[in-house]
Ligand binder design. Structure first.
Ligand SMILES: Cc1cc2nc3c(=O)[nH]c(=O)nc-3n(C[C@H](O)[C@H](O)[C@H](O)COP(=O)(O)OP(=O)(O)OC[C@H]3O[C@@H](n4cnc5c(N)ncnc54)[C@H](O)[C@@H]3O)c2cc1C
Length: 378
């Protein structure tokens, strides 16, 4: 295992908080990564892996365990997809946006709308990253995983990761442990060969964000450029010269509520119906069929509501901060909490709690944080 002098996590996370942990290792190859994880697990130490640190809020007290830096890199073409598609296997530590740029340069469609999302490829399936209606579940074929419970490596199809809205079995949601404690070693994506010519853009949300009419055709490079420009205006790309980008992107998730609860919210609050949950098919063997057809179970319809709207209408505007605090709501985006320079994790947590309380008082629901919290409580 390549142990290194522990760096302060404030230097490795985009929210810029956290002291140096007790120990730190870095893995530049897949073998180094596997070896480092197996030796930490054999010793029974506390641990977590860190990629770009762009979805982490780390507490002010030093983490008592080992932090493993994911520095593996590499993109390779692998076979297996249907005609007109290309499969790429990418090492977990590879920069996500570099991968997107590569696919655009190669004329491969499927992830261009996710241009500019910071972080690593291996972390992308962890919360099923997405933007403008596109997410990685649409192109993910499989991941290569190492499980803490067994130390074994396996290839896991995307369907087994339970990818949902900013979630998967691997995500450490606030207040819970992941269903599967494992580290992604590599990710395989299947992309469509569209070349460098114009093609029609699928997805209403993406078309709206790009100001395109249905049926309009554009090139992949055009999509990437326009997505990056749109994200930059919202402080949603990393930029050392823009204080609004010292964030973890959206700090709160859009809330998923029942349709009945959504009806109690003001009409103006933006909402999107979630895909209906279809009842699994029940097969009744013909010889045991007695003529009785069981009634369909009424599945509750869920609705996604805009957390940004709820925050702003609870009286917390862009740029808001508590007195004397160095943590503030982004001046460009109500969902992003930012470190205005030297803020401790506790200052960010205090702001997050204040927002949760205001939204709960006004609208009766508790917003859930999107980043993974380590050593911090809300
Ligand atoms: C400005 C900005 C904009 C953003 N915009 C978006 C957006 O549009 N959409 C979106 O979905 N997200 C967005 N994010 C959040 C973030 O970029 C993504 O969640 C990204 O995938 C995190 O990658 P990372 O490498 O930085 O993960 P880290 O922050 O390093 O880690 C996040 C979690 O994943 C775990 N992890 C990391 N690598 C692995 C691995 N290989 N195997 C298993 N677990 C792993 C870590 O232990 C941790 O629990 C944004 C963040 C910022 C700062």
């Amino acid at each position: 295992m390549t142990e290194i002098d522990p760096l302060p996590l404030s230097r490795l996370t985009t929210l810029q908080t956290g002291a140096a942990p007790t120990s730190m290792a870095e893995a530049r190859t897949r073998d180094e990564l596997v070896e480092a994880l197996r030796s930490i697990w054999a010793a029974g130490d506390e641990w977590f892996v860190i990629g770009g640190g762009s979805n982490l809020l780390v507490g002010d007290e030093p983490f008592d365990g080992t932090v493993v830096r994911m520095l593996t890199r590499g993109i390779e073409r692998v076979g297996g997809g249907p005609e007109g598609t290309v499969r790429l296997r990418v090492q977990a530590g590879h920069d996500w946006d570099e991968l997107v740029a590569y696919t655009v340069a190669e004329g491969l469609s499927g992830i261009a709308a996710m241009s500019g999302i910071p972080g690593t490829v291996g972390a992308a399936p962890v919360q099923n990253v997405g933007a403008y209606g596109q997410d990685i579940s649409e192109t993910l074929v499989e991941v290569e995983l190492i499980d803490e419970a067994t130390g074994e490596i396996s290839v896991v199809p995307a369907a087994d990761l339970e990818l949902g809205f900013r979630t998967s079995v691997l995500k450490h949601h606030y207040g819970s442990v992941p269903a599967r404690r494992a580290v992604i070693l590599s990710v395989t994506l299947q992309l469509v060969e569209v070349g460098h010519g114009e093609f029609p853009i699928r997805g209403e949300q993406l078309r709206q964000a790009l100001g395109l009419a249905p049926g309009a055709t554009v090139t992949l490079a055009w999509v990437r450029d326009h997505v990056l420009a749109t994200r930059r205006r919202k402080g949603m790309v990393l930029d050392a010269t823009d204080a609004d980008t010292a964030s973890a992107g959206s700090f709160f998730q859009n809330a998923i509520v029942s349709e009945r609860f959504a009806r109690t919210l003001p009409d103006a609050c933006p909402r999107w119906p979630m895909q209906a949950v279809i009842e699994p098919m029940r097969i009744i063997p013909l010889d045991s069929f007695d003529g009785y057809v069981p009634p369909a179970v009424d599945q509750p319809v869920q609705v996604k509501v805009s957390a940004a709207w709820l925050i702003e209408h609870a009286g917390i505007g862009k740029g808001f901060h508590l007195p004397r605090s160095r943590a503030a709501v982004s001046s460009k985006h109500a969902l992003a909490l930012t470190n205005r320079g030297g803020a401790r994790a506790e200052e960010l947590a205090e702001l997050a709690r204040f927002i949760q309380q205001r939204v709960q008082q006004e609208f009766g629901l508790i917003l859930q944080p999107e980043p993974v919290l380590v050593g911090v409580e809300l």
